[in-house]
Design a protein around this ligand. Structure first.
Ligand code: HEM
Length: 383
């Protein structure tokens, strides 16, 4: 049984920007780390086929990451984070399936089965320019400029060896102390998530002996850029919104329960025998209880990229300038085939939430284990 999530709440606004998160460790930081308020995420394509050049890039990135996460400048630093402090910056690196393409870096036999390309899901409207990538850097911090600065510096250091492919920034609100933050739909998001320090977290997030040794202690990241038709949502009755999610909007309690952290009871029904948490409610479709125990760590952020010309997929079928805003969904797991892909394959067909959401970007990355002093990220793969 999963414990109620508390540990991944964003740091409060009062958190000192002088706080630094240790870069070294068994696991990469930025996964079990309590969620910072900002993300700047960049995916890269690697130029060329030279394995030694790839190793040099990762060695350089690791050295830079050590400095940046400690609030220090790197060689030739542009200075946009001068004086801002570490702001709990974490830099988490991932490897895309493209690195393992036969004939490229000679890594094809080292590709983990878990790093399978995601299948096409019902309703996907993926933009290739916002999807995929050979390498990924997730920069999270409590200051947006610290996160962006780190990504810019890593892109500058990679110049000639790897080039930016797509980027997404995102944010979380400073929820009142102890409260689960609300997402752009106004619902508390993250109530039932894997909690660091529990066995369920360790089992569900970290890769073990089932795959290649170089990934042991690492994790697989699925990134999805999900636009939400917020104008449509904002004109929807709260009753229907609650049926869509399966929780009460104000309290966050599962329908039929009293308090936010009460365990949802999927068997409760009204006097006519209709389930209180509907068959197509997001909560039911995401719950481990209805997915043979499948669970993942959700560590996503809201995003707002302004207005864009879009068409809604469902009535009232409007087209025109709508907010290009939503959820930059980031989920870490031990194996996407038995976590994200398993859960979302059904969700994509049935979820009431699909009336409001459109997946416009997608990527999957193998995030290797953490490093010790003197080693570099990905050394277990490339050495
Ligand atoms: C814009 C898109 C989405 C929004 C706004 C959204 C929102 C929410 C909300 C409000 C909850 C209930 C609070 C909680 O238990 O944390 C929730 C739960 C959950 N969502 Fe989503 N979600 C979205 C997309 C997804 C996707 C793509 C997945 C992929 C599998 C997913 C998986 C889950 C899971 C596993 C739970 C927890 C269910 C449980 O254990 O009870 N969500 N989501």
């Amino acid at each position: 049984m999963l414990a109620a999530a508390t540990a991944l709440r964003p740091a409060q606004a009062t958190a000192a920007t002088t706080d630094a998160i240790p870069f070294h460790g068994e696991h990469q930081a930025g996964i079990a780390t309590p969620q910072q308020s900002q993300v700047a995420f960049m995916a890269f394509d690697v130029a060329g086929k030279d394995r030694a050049a790839l190793a040099a890039l990762l060695r350089g990135w690791t050295d830079a990451a050590r400095r940046l996460t400690a609030g220090q400048a790197v060689d030739g630093d542009g200075g946009s984070a001068n004086g801002l402090g570490p702001a709990r910056l974490t830099l988490t690196f991932g490897f895309g399936p493209g690195l393992f393409t036969p004939g490229r870096f000679g890594l094809e036999t080292r590709r983990p089965d878990a790093l399978a390309e995601l299948p096409r899901f019902n309703g996907d409207q993926l933009d290739p320019a916002r999807s995929g990538g050979d390498l990924a850097v997730q920069a999270c911090a409590d200051d947006p400029q610290v996160a962006l600065h780190a990504v810019r510096e890593l892109a500058r250091l990679a110049y000639g060896a790897a080039f930016p492919r797509w980027m997404q920034t995102g944010f979380l609100p400073d929820a009142p102390s102890g409260e689960t933050p609300r997402n752009l739909m106004g619902f508390r998001d993250g109530t039932r998530n894997l909690t660091p320090g529990t066995e369920a977290f360790d089992q569900g997030v970290w890769a073990g002996d089932e795959g290649p040794a170089w990934m042991r202690g690492g994790s697989y990241l699925v990134a999805r850029r999900i636009r939400i038709a917020l104008e449509h949502w904002d004109r929807t009755d709260v009753d229907f919104q609650e049926q869509t999610i399966g929780r009460a909007k104000a309290s966050g309690a599962p329908l039929g329960a009293r308090a936010e952290h009460d365990t949802p009871d999927f068997n409760l029904a009204d006097k006519d025998g209709n389930p209180l948490i509907g068959e197509r409610a997001h909560l039911r479709l995401g719950a481990p209880e209805t997915n043979s125990g499948a669970a993942m760590l959700r560590r996503g952020y809201g995003y707002n990229d302004g207005l864009a010309f879009t068409a809604e997929r469902w009535p009232p079928w409007r087209q025109g300038m709508l907010l290009d805003a939503g959820l930059f969904f980031l989920a870490y797991q031990r194996d996407p085939r038995t976590a994200f892909t398993k859960v979302f394959a059904r969700m994509a067909k049935l979820d009431m939430l699909n009336q409001y959401t459109t997946h416009t970007g997608s990527a999957v990355f193998a995030c290797p284990p953490g490093v010790q002093v003197g080693r570099y990220i990905g050394e277990t793969l490339l050495a």
